[in-house]
Design a protein around this ligand. Structure first.
Ligand SMILES: [Zn+2]
Length: 388
């Protein structure tokens, strides 16, 4: 087989971006010679990653002049872990979920029971498909190159756990570990074709994913965007203890767990964020007031970030985001009050239209970028079985 990744120009990348292209388009876009392109197209077609759209390469007929990316060539198994449950999905190579399931768990139980439940879910999704990558999204800081969670404030037992090693007896595919909010930011940026996006994941905890100039901002230790444990702008006396052990964190005022604690103290029976959303949707005055207040705390927490980074959009996801306008009005109020006028001029603050699947879509996109770039493509194809 021709080395698909031996040239720095990314022919498959052109198809992933454009869907289908003619031979001439590829020559023009890549700047490579016709003979190199012919060779590359033949190899990608033989590998099942491209499909000729007309004519045929054989029987002496005219060679096919148009090709399309075959996103269904293999699947990426993704699991987006939250504090109280995960969404698992089998996605195609363009990030589209083909089958998915939601499972309740408690992330505090530690990595082994949670990963065990994920493995079981994966086995139930498209069991006969070729698996080219595994992607795990976690609500904590991730050392991306090492595929590990580092110093998570809430995920007891997950610190530096070898997630990739845990999956290796079950799958030969590479395992990617990513922060859940980063995955959402990538999904939003690609879906809306935006370069500069902040994704807020609002659930039991609070996280932010930052994509700027089309790239995830991870920071030196993978902790960039962890706004939940920055200090709230307006604090109360006495200080509020956070579940991370510190005081007056944004989460201690606006995290789902903190709102739940407050409503509980007000005499309401609340078990989890879903109950908060239900109370808000029913118009419960206490719940509406507290969620609106949480929106203001979150707005205060991101206003400076918005001024500093100047995103085009802020996309809200996670269970608490289902409180919709009640939550968003507080966020908008503070961001528009505090951020500079130029950065808010075209700023869109809205709920993600990708819904509960934003996380798995982002995980699949990050994985397909990693495995289909020229430098890793050959390795994947060596491991892959024959095209289906
Ligand atoms: Zn904290």
């Amino acid at each position: 087989m021709t080395e698909l990744g031996s040239h720095e120009s990314d022919v498959l990348g052109l198809f992933r971006e454009h869907g289908s292209l003619s031979r001439t388009d590829v020559i023009t876009l890549s700047g490579l010679s016709r003979s190199t392109i012919n060779q590359r197209l033949a190899a990608l077609t033989a590998a099942g990653l491209l499909q000729p759209l007309e004519g045929g390469e054989s029987t002496g007929g005219r060679p096919s002049s148009r090709f399309a990316f075959r996103a269904d060539r293999a699947v990426i198994l993704c699991a987006d872990i939250g504090a109280t449950g995960f969404t698992a999905a089998a996605c195609d190579l363009s990030g589209t979920p083909l089958a998915q399931t939601e499972v309740a768990i408690d992330v505090w139980e530690g990595p082994e029971p949670v990963l065990g439940a994920i493995l079981e879910a994966f086995r139930s999704l498209r069991p006969d498909a070729d698996v080219w990558a595994i992607a795990i999204g976690v609500p904590g800081p991730v050392e991306f190159a090492a595929h590990r969670v580092v110093n998570p404030p809430i995920m007891t037992g997950w610190d530096r756990f070898d997630i990739a090693g845990w999956f290796s007896p079950a799958y030969a595919a590479p395992v990617i570990v990513e922060n859940d909010a980063n995955a959402r930011a990538v999904a939003e940026a690609r879906h809306h074709r935006l370069d500069n996006v902040i994704a807020l994941k609002l659930g039991t905890g609070i996280g932010a994913g930052l994509v700027f100039n089309g790239q995830i901002i991870r920071g030196d230790k993978g902790a960039a965007g962890d706004i939940g444990h920055t200090r709230a702008v307006i604090v109360e006396s006495p200080a509020r203890e956070c579940r991370c052990g510190s005081f007056d964190c944004v989460e201690a005022y606006a995290g789902g767990w903190a709102i739940e604690r407050e409503l509980d103290q007000a005499g309401l029976t609340v078990h989890g964020v879903r109950d908060i959303v239900e109370l808000v949707q029913r118009g419960d005055i206490d719940a509406v007031r507290r969620v609106r207040g949480a929106g203001r705390v979150i707005g205060d927490a991101i206003a400076d970030l918005v001024s500093i980074l100047n995103p085009r959009a802020i996309a809200l996801s996670g269970q608490l985001a289902e409180c919709d306008e009640v939550l968003m009005s507080g966020i908008r109020e503070r961001v528009y009050q505090r951020a500079t006028p130029l950065v808010t001029r075209d700023l869109v603050i809205a709920r993600s239209d990708l819904g509960a699947l934003a996380g798995v879509i982002g995980l699949a996109l990050i994985s397909s970028d990693a495995i289909l770039r020229p430098a890793s493509l050959d390795e994947i194809l060596k491991r892959a079985t024959a095209p289906v």
